[in-house]
Design a protein around this ligand. Structure first.
Ligand code: ZN
Length: 181
């Protein structure tokens, strides 16, 4: 049975480690870690979660983009485990948008990311795949990938002036929604 894992918060050294490669994807401890991360991310209304965020310094993250109260504009995708990821190519074009993080509660920041990326990773069943992501999903991939390198989204910000609280972020979302109506 999958369990909800505790999420490490900014300041814990595990979030600053370089995560190690997964050697054996079929190892039961790796498979159950992935199952736990899938449950943990959906319970916390996250769009993604990386293994270091649940105190496991291995190269795995989950992309689980779905519209939820924390990310009302997220596109819907099947929750996907990304193992031993590599970024093969990234666009010169960059976008700036709001990010949050389960390990940095109550804070949002504007972060510049590559608009499109080409990636390779191993899937939960052990097969390798290549994929292209853009916009929100490219941003999500880059955010989670950074966690495997010990980097937080705050490290990627141009200025601390572009930090806002979760409460203010929700107000912005609500204003944007109303102006669309
Ligand atoms: Zn994060």
């Amino acid at each position: 049975m999958a369990i909800i894992r505790q999420v490490a918060e900014l300041g814990h050294p595990v979030l600053r480690n370089q995560a190690v490669k997964v050697e054996e994807v079929n190892d039961p401890s790796i498979q159950s870690l992935i199952d736990d991360m899938l449950v943990t991310v959906s319970e916390s209304n996250g769009a993604g979660i990386a293994a270091p965020q649940v105190y496991e310094s291995v190269q795995i993250f989950i992309m689980a983009s779905i519209p939820n109260p924390r990310y009302p504009n997220a596109p819907e995708m099947e929750p996907t485990a990304i193992i031993n990821p590599e970024i093969l190519w990234c666009s010169e074009e960059r976008d700036k948008d709001w990010e949050g993080c389960l390990s940095v509660p109550c804070i949002r920041g504007l972060v510049s990311r590559h608009q499109e990326i080409r990636v390779r990773y191993t899937m939960k069943d052990g097969r390798q795949t290549e994929q292209t992501f853009n916009d929100f999903l490219a941003r999500l991939f880059q955010h989670e990938y950074d966690h495997l390198k010990g980097i937080s989204f705050l490290d990627r910000m141009d200025t601390t002036q572009e930090i806002i609280t979760e409460k203010m972020f929700q107000k912005l979302v609500e204003q944007a929604r109303q102006s669309e109506e």
